[in-house]
Design a protein around this ligand. Structure first.
Ligand code: ZN
Length: 111
């Protein structure tokens, strides 16, 4: 995917509307692409700044740090999802194996 397409997806990421698979690719991209990271930073600052203005609280936040934390949390979410899918795959694999063995044993008994 080209940078322009990733940049168009920044609001989805910030609003947590991105699919995990896509989120994973998105994070990997912004971590390596300076342009997209800067774009993300600007949009994040705007979004968070507006929120702070609405709440009327202190706007002297460290956006860079906050964004970094958001990215790390999102990445962790992807990793957890991946390991969950891996475990799920293993369990289903084992279940299929047990079922297959059961069928083979039954066929064996018929013969
Ligand atoms: Zn990019």
């Amino acid at each position: 995917m080209i940078c322009r397409e990733w940049q168009r997806k920044i609001p989805d990421f910030l609003n947590g509307k991105m699919f995990l698979k896509e989120q994973e690719q998105f994070i990997a991209h912004v971590r390596t692409c300076k342009d997209c990271y800067e774009e993300l930073e600007i949009m994040y600052m705007l979004a968070e700044g507006l929120k702070e203005l609405e709440n009327g609280s202190d706007t002297s936040f460290n956006f860079k740090h906050m964004l970094d934390k958001k990215l790390k949390t999102a990445q962790l979410q992807c990793e957890r999802y991946n390991s969950f899918m891996r475990i799920k795959g293993l369990i289903f694999g084992a279940m299929y194996a047990v079922t297959a063995i059961g069928i083979i044993v039954q066929i064996w008994q018929w013969i």
